[in-house]
Design a protein around this ligand. Sequence first.
Ligand code: FES
Length: 137
Amino acid sequence: MEALLGSGLFLSAAAFFYPVLRFLVPPKEADMGSGSVIAAKTGDLKPNSGKIFRFGSRPGLLVRTTDGEYKAMSATCTHLACTVQYRDDTREVWCACHNGKYDVNGRNISGPPPRPLETFEVQVRGDEIFVRRRQES
Ligand code: FES
């Protein structure tokens, strides 16, 4: 009986402390360095559309403009870190949390976002679209 109670207490404590520990000690972020990720295949996006992709531990947003040009940027809103999305009706990047708006170059144009989104380099190689951080010069 004591063993049963003891293990129950241990499991309850573990269930409580594990999430607290995970919050206090965040997982190591993948070091993107100058590495690039494949954000999409060329056939994935029609003009005037966008796609969320994984960039390290954060979401990225790949946009194909009406001209067919690719733009890539962080999908983390600079206001309170909600994930932004591309809206084909307004042709803008939009944050649903507080109606923040950015243009397709990541510039904050209205609403509460205080800064532009970080933009990334885009390279099309074959049928794959690679995205990487801009190199500091
Ligand atoms: S979190 Fe994006 S506008 Fe507030």
